[in-house]
Ligand binder design. Sequence first.
Ligand code: AHR
Length: 538
Amino acid sequence: MHRRDFLKSSALAGLSFALCDKHLWGGAADARVEILVDEPIGTISPNLYGHFTEHIGGVIYDGVWVGENSTIPNRNGIRAALLDGLKKIHAPIIRWPGGCFADSYDWRDGVGNKKDRPTRTNFWEVTPDAARMKESGPQIFDPNEFGTNEFVQFCRLAGAEPYIAANIRSLSALDFDHWVEYCNSPAGSTTLARMRASQGFADPMNVRYWGIGNESWGCGGNFLPEDYATEFRRFTSWVPRYGVDLQLIGSGPNGNDIDWTHRFFEKNFATRKYDNPDFVGWSVHHYSSGKDALQYDPAEWYGILREANEIEQIIADQWTTMGRFDRQHQVKLVVDEYGPWYKSGTELDPTHIFGQQITMRDALATALTLDSFNRNADKVSVAACAQLVNNLNALFLAHGDKFIETPNFYVFEMYAGHQGAQAVRAQFSAPDIHFTEGGHPTALRGLNGSASRKGNRVKVTMVNPDIEAPKLTQIAVRGARVETASAVILSSKDVHAHNTFERPDTIKSSALDSSVATGLVSVTVPAGAVVAVDIVVS
Ligand code: AHR
């Protein structure tokens, strides 16, 4: 649709009063963003920008852990380039050790002297990838070189908080208590604290975030929701605290499975209320599924973005369901796995189970998801992108001494300024994009995004999903006066563009021209681009 048609159709359809407000808007535009700085949604928890690392394929072995004696630059065995990357995006929290792996993991295997640690069959041995890898390597037979100490060290070096998922399918509640005791009991206080000290961790690790299983409806035990509710009560009753502000997270639904959430909350809140102030999070996983990571037509491009947008409805529906029982909303949503998931074939090494290439399409899906989190800052307290390196929606790809940043990394870098800011309401007005998916007419918002305020700085992030048309966009800030603006963009003329070891800089963010006139910021958001605008207001 051309600009003139848009203005006509907007006025006719009465899209927004703001579009017709001559005092606010000036000149022609394809899209308009009205930021309402006096309408706060909630503080954007830095933890919405978290990450996930599982013992699967090349995530831990090759991605995170290279070992102290490696020739690859490392700090305490952790890949140095990865740590540097995590610092640049201010990674706030990292989830580990799974994923499905968590419910087959015995934490005791991963502590103590490295030479005494057992080698165990990895959960993912069951996948066809194991056969492809000829049943060998640390991805299939885990040497446990990377355990609790190494994970906590990784988090410390990255400046992030640890978030540990406990095993409830194949270990006991006592084992869970002992893991907490190992991590958090005061220096010298218990046998496990002394064992921890012998590994160089005299002081408590103070791990606050604990997941009670993972996907307990599936790989985490195939529980019925009522049975999981019982296990949840058992595992979370009288967990040793040691003065640590524990944040216990229940294993929530697969996508938008209302039934799972309803039956769990009904049992734990309505049938006989379970009063545990540490129960503060309900995990949700949402993957968008596509065929090929690199080959896609426009309908497949839009399809992934539409599916990524479903997180908004999932948040709304899950929140409503939880609120029927948890009326004070003690429990917030924790979206600790999300991203597009394609069939195998584009992994950079055969050992990288679920490894896939990351293109501009994934960058847009990630940006749309982060914008949804910002817009729901009052409901979502933690999120983790699945997964950090050499896996589904990776920010980094690594193999041996090779290391690159994917387009997703740049999205996290561009969005980092939202962390800790006040999310404010913003209205994005642009004509919908229409496309056909599986023979059905479907629509996607023509421009979407989120806005936040920190002092005299307003940040707005935007995604133009349109595969063809750029959008001249005007931004108005209601409730404050625009002084200056600057913008950063992530885009490419080729919608299939991605970074490789050979061409690591094909996609990277760069400065974008923007202007300020009569109190409005003007910026052109190219087709298929992510843009972040920082506005100084008075
Ligand atoms: O991220 C890969 C897998 O996807 C995780 O192990 C599991 O939780 C989910 O099904």
